[in-house]
Design a binder for this molecule. Structure first.
Ligand SMILES: NC(=O)c1ccc[n+]([C@@H]2O[C@H](COP(=O)([O-])OP(=O)(O)OC[C@H]3O[C@@H](n4cnc5c(N)ncnc54)[C@H](O)[C@@H]3O)[C@@H](O)[C@H]2O)c1
Length: 351
């Protein structure tokens, strides 16, 4: 199955079992033989898939090198990027060469950011291997790293040249991270599609995982195509992220995973909406029930005032206001600008 994303630079998403071993073939549609490439990956994924990709690239006439970093969110920071730049320099990456991001969202965000900034921008291919990356982070061109002041605070918009999704890789993804990806899928249902939400709630999504990935990507693609640079429609994808990012930061990056934090953030925001009469009653319970089905947490004991303070530092805060994403009901979302006082008032519901 193939989808095209119509952004400022359009690109193809291939969803096909085994496509990972055909990376060279797909890359040859975009780059001439002899081109250099650096495959960026982490220490968990390198032994599983890096040589397959390298072999396929070599067979197609490319000159690949592999750069790996210590797996985990803690690595999504400037020192890793600095090392990556060093690897690009050693591999002789010029503006006509390319980068391959092989891994989860951490790899995609970092390799994408390094590709966006190396020589002011080189092309990159996304080969997402986690569910989260396959349904969400590998498309849309948001790249970023975390700094001590907050998550994803330094980044760039840089669309990939191609996305290759091979769901066979999910066989090696630890259950913990599969569940984490479900957090973002539940979010897609919450903001845009009651039918996706019901699919997650009532069926075994593994029975047609390719179709499930495509359904999620169509929701993300629609938001990205309408609003590539995140000024309106695309912000709806941040449902659960205002509190989620704050929780990730307060727990320490890599301690509370992204999907879990977003899940808790969604329940919190729905509760606030219900109390304020903005969200249909019972919505937060329904979200919590589906999160529990996938073993995801639905609440957190961190002091709410601490969470609000941290959320106000979030990069989505515009001046003194913050753009909250609220639900009218499952499948229908809207933006709700709030200043610190309004946010404090809304979060009374959580005390
Ligand atoms: N750019 C975006 O639009 C966007 C959207 C959502 C999330 N994100 C970012 O994505 C990151 C989270 O992504 P993630 O959960 O994929 O994290 P991750 O990249 O750290 O992957 C999670 C873990 O699974 C392992 N893994 C991944 N695929 C595997 C496989 N097939 N087999 C075995 N192990 C595998 C990784 O090594 C890692 O230990 C966060 O940093 C978040 O900010 C970005």
């Amino acid at each position: 199955m193939e989808l095209t994303v119509h952004t400022s630079t359009p690109y193809k998403i291939v969803i096909e079992r085994g496509c990972l071993s055909r990376t060279g073939e797909f890359a040859a549609e975009l780059f001439p033989a002899g081109t250099h490439a650096v495959v960026v990956t982490d220490t968990n994924i390198a032994p599983l898939y890096a040589s397959k990709i390298s072999e396929s690239l070599k067979q197609a006439g490319f000159k690949p090198k592999v750069f790996k970093f210590e797996a985990g969110e803690k690595s999504k920071c400037m020192p890793t990027i600095e090392n990556m730049y060093g690897a690009f320099a050693r591999a002789g990456i010029t503006r006509s060469d390319f980068i391959v991001a092989l891994g989860g969202g951490v790899t995609g965000d970092m390799a994408g950011f390094a590709a966006a900034t190396w020589l002011r921008g080189v092309k990159f291919i996304q080969i997402p291997t986690s569910l989260l990356a396959q349904i969400d982070s590998s498309i849309g061109g948001k790249t970023a790293i975390d700094i001590s002041a907050g998550k994803n605070l330094v980044g760039a918009f840089h669309q990939p040249a191609l996305v290759l999704i091979d769901a066979n890789t999910l066989a090696t993804l630890p259950k913990y991270f599969f569940a984490d990806g479900m957090g973002e899928a539940i979010k897609h249902g919450c903001i845009k599609s009651r039918s996706l939400f019901d699919r997650i709630k009532n069926t075994d999504i593994r029975s047609d995982i390719d179709g499930f990935i495509a359904e999620n990507l169509k929701i993300k693609r629609a938001a990205v195509e309408k609003d590539e640079f995140d000024h309106g429609e695309r912000m709806l994808l941040n449902f659960g992220h205002t509190f989620g990012h704050a929780l990730e930061k307060l727990h320490g990056y890599g301690v509370l995973s992204h999907g879990r934090a977003v899940g808790i953030g969604m329940v919190m925001m729905a509760k606030c909406g219900e109390k304020a009469g903005l969200t249909k009653a019972g919505t937060s319970d329904e979200i919590a029930q589906v999160l529990s089905k996938y073993g995801l947490p639905t609440s957190d004991s961190t002091d709410i005032d601490k969470i609000v303070g941290t959320a106000m530092l979030d990069k989505k805060a515009r001046g003194s206001a913050i753009n909250l994403v609220m639900l009218k009901q499952i499948g229908e979302s809207f933006l709700y600008p709030a200043d610190r006082n309004k946010l404090a008032e809304l979060t009374e519901a959580l005390k």
